[in-house]
Design a protein around this ligand. Structure first.
Ligand code: T1G
Length: 699
């Protein structure tokens, strides 16, 4: 078997490099090869010091997350991660970690087990285990406090956020920060040691800075924060317990506690869900497209439309350093939009989210376009004009003529037919959907809608640039609503049926937020605008796509028709004092009157469980239909859409992952229950064929 650790010797110093592409994950084999290499070098007389380094992009991205899946023991099947650092501590020669790129999780723990650390200024050092629902399991909870103190250690492990080499040197996590190659600096450090300069010593023997002082307040504050961390709460509380032990107990006792806590977290359903999310997000942007002969370069972007979405989209590209030209109906309107963006950057600066130079730099990247000609020179043009098919068809036509050869034209439509727009542009190979989610400069999800004619290169190029602007691309096929909004429809249909049957907006939202959704559906519709939500339904009606169901979404359509447009008008499903929503007796009366008009029997016994089931089952069922139709190519893609675009709880891994955990037989049973009690209008409750097949049942 190829060794995943390479040793070279130079002037009595051994350089031990991890070679496990792509991120030098510390798999069981890497740990074994490391252990053997270090053990043998410790016995080589001629070797006076050892430098530990990574090959390729970084030092190490940590333990191999792919190994976590089996029973907890399997992760430790190979060389126990803590044994490698324990061996380093016993070696009586200096072992210095040379960190470039990144040292994360077990990678940083390995470096902390060395006698000293040298890091590149821009290297990222962190313990992100909490984002996987686990805790550092190779001594991190005991060594980090000893190096940087309780407060900084808690902040790093509970946030999971990495710091750079410069910051690491400031807090004592690394001994030396360099701008050149950390390996040569590490060699010099060892040679200096020979000349009498100490290199440092095993962390285990260090005292936690300030251990004597009362860390209790710090720990209690962290504990109260940990309880509201959702899927990460369990792991957060375990981190705090272990850090408390680093101050109050011996290193070995702390290590024993960490080991037990790590195994408990590893076996938790939350961790399994979070690991699913980790890999799902990375799979989502993968192209299964043969023939993409490379990726085009997007150096300038044109945005057409200076409304909320257009501004957010423009900011998304500027935030990644890509110049933007913004076109509106008139140059004056374009300047107004650009000024609004500048003010938004100013606000972010005032709130301390941006430095002045960053705010100015980003604003400077966004210019008003004087005419279509300027837009036509851009490499990618995104239209974000009013969500109306006729308006978008005309815009597609104009851009098809105005854009230079080879430029990509994208529509930000949230539901409309990309193939029709592509056809209207006259250049379907260059045409694609880029469905950003509002607020576009904040939300990470972009649905990349591949038209029938979209070329492989166009697809590869937009997926690359979506990743470059730090968003998550999910490739979908063309259907009404793509993946997210197609599944949102049955979800909202059930919400409005429940309202007619007597559930209040707050009862529904409370149940759905108790399930874990970031925001209840009624609150979400009020925020998005009930008129906007109703317009989507009216657009469907225009295209003859509404079910023959007289009750279909009548609540939002009626509220919109009487001007109750939600938060922006002070009343919608709720009444608003500013942003504070309160149940509104007028809504209740309006809905009651609708129910009476349509002979809908109202009930007072609607439970939270029923609300959650009736909203989630149709959503999962529609996901199975999307898979069967090939609109989504992976069930994990559907999870990513709902996790990053609609606030689905990470602890449940996404709607399809959650459905898998409930089990296909259970889903079938509950769908048929509601089919019999609710009436199966328009096959709302008919199980998707793929789901039925999963359960071995008949559709
Ligand atoms: N294990 C397995 N595979 C990993 C991995 C890991 N730790 N990190 C990345 N990959 C894969 C990833 O799935 C993708 O695969 C490819 O590498 C490139 O990743 C004992 C228990 C290192 C900053 O949480 O943050 O240590 O899709 O697209 O943008 O206490 O990867 O190509 O097939 O993200 O350049 C803790 C997770 C583990 C770090 C590089 N470590 N990784 O970013 O590439 S738990 C982490 C990252 C642990 C110890 C505990 C990033 C990166 P594919 P990528 P990137």
């Amino acid at each position: 078997m190829t060794k995943l650790v390479h040793v070279e010797r130079c002037d009595g110093i051994a350089i031990v490099r991890i070679q496990n592409s792509p991120v030098n994950a510390l798999s069981a084999q890497v740990r074994g090869d490391l252990y053997n290499a270090l053990q043998s070098l410790s016995k080589e007389e001629a070797i006076v010091g050892i430098v530990l380094a990574g090959s390729g992009r970084g030092f190490s991205g940590g333990a191999d997350i792919g190994e976590f899946g089996g029973p907890a023991g399997s992760f430790r099947a190979g060389e126990d991660p803590a044994r490698v650092t324990a061996l380093i501590e016993e070696i009586d020669k200096p072992v210095v970690a040379a960190i470039h790129g990144f040292a994360l999780g077990g990678g940083l723990e390995l470096a902390m087990g060395c006698h000293a650390r040298v890091a590149s200024a821009q290297a990222r050092l962190g313990l992100p285990e909490i984002s996987l629902g686990v805790i550092p399991g190779a001594g991190g909870t005991q060594r980090l406090p000893r190096l940087v103190g309780v407060s900084k250690a808690l902040e790093m492990m509970l946030s999971g956020r990495p710091i750079n080499g410069k910051e690491a040197a400031l807090i004592g996590l690394v001994e030396l920060v360099v701008d050149d190659d950390p390996v040569s600096s590490a060699i010099r450090l060892i040679k200096n040691r020979q000349a009498g300069d100490g290199v440092g010593h095993a962390t285990r023997f260090m005292q936690v800075p300030g251990a004597g002082k009362d860390n209790q307040a710090e720990i209690e504050k962290a504990r109260s924060r940990a309880t509201s961390m959702g899927a990460k709460s369990k792991a957060a509380l375990k981190v705090i317990e272990c850090v408390a032990a680093s101050v109050g107990q011996s290193f070995d006792e702390g290590m024993a506690l960490e080991r037990e806590a790590f195994s408990q977290c590893l076996e938790s359903p939350e961790s399994a869900a979070l690991r699913h999310v980790f890999f799902a997000e990375r799979a989502a942007g993968k192209l299964d497209t043969p023939g993409a002969s490379g990726v085009g370069k997007i150096s300038t972007v044109g945005v057409v439309g200076g409304g909320t979405m257009g501004r957010g989209i423009a900011m998304s590209f500027a935030n990644a350093g890509i110049p933007v030209r913004l076109l509106e109906l008139t140059e004056q309107k374009a300047n107004t939009a650009v000024e609004a963006i500048r003010l938004e950057y100013q606000r972010q600066m005032d709130r301390g989210k941006l430095k002045a130079a960053e705010a100015a730099g980003r604003s400077a990247l966004i210019q008003a376009a004087r005419n279509e000609g300027e837009i036509g020179l851009c490499d990618l043009v995104v239209e974000a004009v009013f969500e109306d098919m006729q308006i978008k068809l005309e815009m597609a036509q104009r851009l098809g003529r105005a854009c230079r050869d080879g430029a990509i034209i994208a529509s930000n439509t949230s539901t409309l037919d990309i193939d029709r727009l592509a056809q209207a542009s006259g250049r379907p190979a260059d045409f694609v959907g880029l469905h950003f989610f509002s607020p576009a400069n904040i939300m990470r999800l972009v649905e990349v809608v591949r038209g029938k004619g979209t070329s492989a290169n166009t697809l590869a190029t937009v997926v690359e640039v979506v990743k470059r602007i730090a968003k998550v691309p999910v490739i979908t096929g063309v259907c009404w609503g793509f993946v997210g909004n197609r599944m949102l429809e049955p979800y909202l249909r059930e919400v409005e049926s429940l309202l007619l049957e007597g559930a209040s907006p707050s009862q529904i939202d409370h149940a759905i937020e108790g399930f874990g959704m970031a925001m209840g559906p009624c609150r979400m519709m009020d925020l998005a605008g009930v008129d906007v939500v109703a317009k989507v339904v009216e657009e469907q009606a225009k295209e003859g796509r509404l079910p023959e169901d007289p009750l279909y979404r009548i609540v939002s359509r009626h509220l919109a028709s009487v001007g109750r447009h939600g938060q922006k008008t002070g009343e919608g499903f709720y009444r608003y004092e500013g942003r504070v929503a309160a149940d509104d007796v007028d809504t209740h009366s309006l809905v009651q009157a609708m129910a009476a008009r349509h002979d809908v029997k109202q009930r007072q016994d609607i439970s939270s469980e029923e609300i959650v089931e009736r909203c989630m089952l149709p959503l999962i069922n529609e996901g199975y239909r999307l898979l069967a139709e090939g609109i989504a190519s992976r069930s994990s893609d559907i999870d990513v859409v709902w996790l990053t675009g609609y606030g689905f709880p990470q602890a449940l891994g996404g709607p399809m992952y959650h459905g898998e955990r409930l089990g296909a037989a259970h889903l079938l049973k509950r769908l048929s229950h509601y089919g019999s009690t609710q009436g199966n209008i328009w096959n709302y409750w008919t199980p998707a064929a793929m789901l039925a097949a999963h359960a071995g049942g008949n559709p």
